[in-house]
Design a protein around this ligand. Sequence first.
Ligand code: DQA
Length: 149
Amino acid sequence: MSLIYILNGPNLNLLGKRQPHIYGHETLADVEADCCRLASELGHDIRFHQSNREYEIIDWIHEAREDGAGIVINPAAFTHTSVAILDALNTFEQPVIEVHISNVHKREPFRHHSFVSHRADGVIAGLGTEGYQLAIRRVASLIEVAAKK
Ligand code: DQA
């Protein structure tokens, strides 16, 4: 059994209430419950966190260096601004999948660049909250491949 970190950036605590025409009606608690269910089906544990503070996300990435087998991260607006989160992810040697609920490429030009994509092993955008499930499946299969080596 491995531990997968699922990290969420600013304003995602308002999921379900925030611009539902863009982000849908599911809350972050719904997303967490779905992630928990899938991870346990796949034989893994998750640590699910959200913060509006950049340093907390960095601290969780550092924590994942100690016991994490993979990271799924929706850095939200920090995607487009944070070299610090990119630097932290560059210290993490296991799989990293970046998730965006909306299709950032269909939106304002300032959302088209992601610092995190310089490190991510895969990027999922525009698949709604289902993107988290697909990211967990990908991390789980990368964990399996690494275990066979
Ligand atoms: C987001 C897209 C970002 O551009 C935005 O700042 C968010 C959410 C998404 O999940 O679609 O807060 O990461």
